[in-house]
Design a protein around this ligand. Structure first.
Ligand code: SF4
Ligand code: SF4
Length: 284
């Protein structure tokens, strides 16, 4: 059995990636299982999804704590989330990033691969610069880096199950397949099948308690920062009203100000601002 854990953000197609991989494995004649785990259901929030693939029926129903492969759809998560937790020597870390695979930090013995899935997604018109939908490009890279599914099966799964722009997604998967870079040439070989015994969870799974953005530090999720051009601001207060994290405060002069310690960079304020005076600027 091969166990694959996906880390992404809400809106990037992380859950769909795990489901598409399972569909492709099924088309290849394997027996798959996929399911997501949502910590906080918000656009931009970290999302984890799991896929198991085997030749025999899979009886495990737990989340994957000792993955053979970890796939990271948003490189910003490398700074804030222990994505490689449980990844054993011989496993593979695949990251969507323009950086070379050799530049990725990974536990000893873990192989590394990278793919610029954001560039590929945008080249095919999938998503926006703020929220590119990178899942199919990443899956193409995963197919090549591990051999866990064939590109043919992945293409058929994309054509059958992606609800929007299947042709563009199919081409993105092909470009991801061609564009993956391995730090270790051996990473291009199929990942050896291992049977991972789930470790006891440090925290019980289940409903997540409702806590404030200050407690879970949502500002660490931010990859884009809102910048208000006050010279065009009409003081309508829409940004203050619509911010889901109360990260906008109004000054005595009536102008809004972003409290970056609470802002997660979701871009809702920019989308709702009537005169479009809020610009979302990529963080360096
Ligand atoms: S200030 Fe804007 S970008 Fe930041 S959390 Fe609020 S709505 Fe999202
Ligand atoms: S929504 Fe735009 S125009 Fe309205 S207060 Fe906010 S920044 Fe100003």
């Amino acid at each position: 059995m091969i166990e694959i854990r996906f880390h992404g953000r809400g809106g990037q197609g992380t859950v769909v990636a795990s489901e598409l991989l399972a569909q492709a494995a099924f088309l290849d004649g394997k027996i798959p299982q996929s399911f997501p785990f949502f910590g906080v259901e918000r656009r931009g929030a970290p999302v984890t999804a799991f896929t198991r693939i085997d030749d025999r029926p899979i009886r495990l129903r737990t989340s994957i704590t000792r993955p053979d492969v970890v796939v990271v759809l948003d490189p910003g998560l490398l700074r804030t989330t222990p994505v490689t937790e449980g990844l054993a020597p011989g496993g593979l870390l695949l990251v969507n990033t323009p950086r070379r695979a050799e530049e990725l930090a990974a536990p000893p013995g873990v192989r590394r691969a990278s793919v610029d899935a954001t560039r590929i997604a945008l080249a095919h018109g999938l998503g926006t610069a703020m929220l590119p939908i990178v899942n199919t490009a990443v899956l193409g890279a995963l197919a090549r880096a591990t051999g866990v599914v064939t590109l043919e099966a992945l293409g058929r799964a994309v054509e059958q199950f992606v609800p929007a722009r299947p042709a563009e997604n199919h081409r993105a998967a092909r470009d991801g397949y061609l564009g993956v870079r391995n730090a270790d040439p051996a990473a291009a070989a199929p990942v050896p099948a291992t049977f991972a015994v789930p470790a006891p969870l440090a925290h019980p799974e289940g409903p997540v308690a409702s806590v404030s953005s200050e407690v879970i530090h949502t500002a660490a999720w931010r990859t884009f920062t809102p910048v208000i051009h006050l010279d065009r601001c009409t003081k309508c207060n829409f940004c203050w009203k619509f911010c889901p994290d109360a990260a906008v405060e109004l000054g005595a002069d009536g102008f809004p100000r972003i409290r970056l310690e609470y802002c997660k960079g979701c871009g809702i304020c920019a989308a709702e601002c009537p005169p479009k005076t809020i610009e979302m600027v990529a963080e360096a």
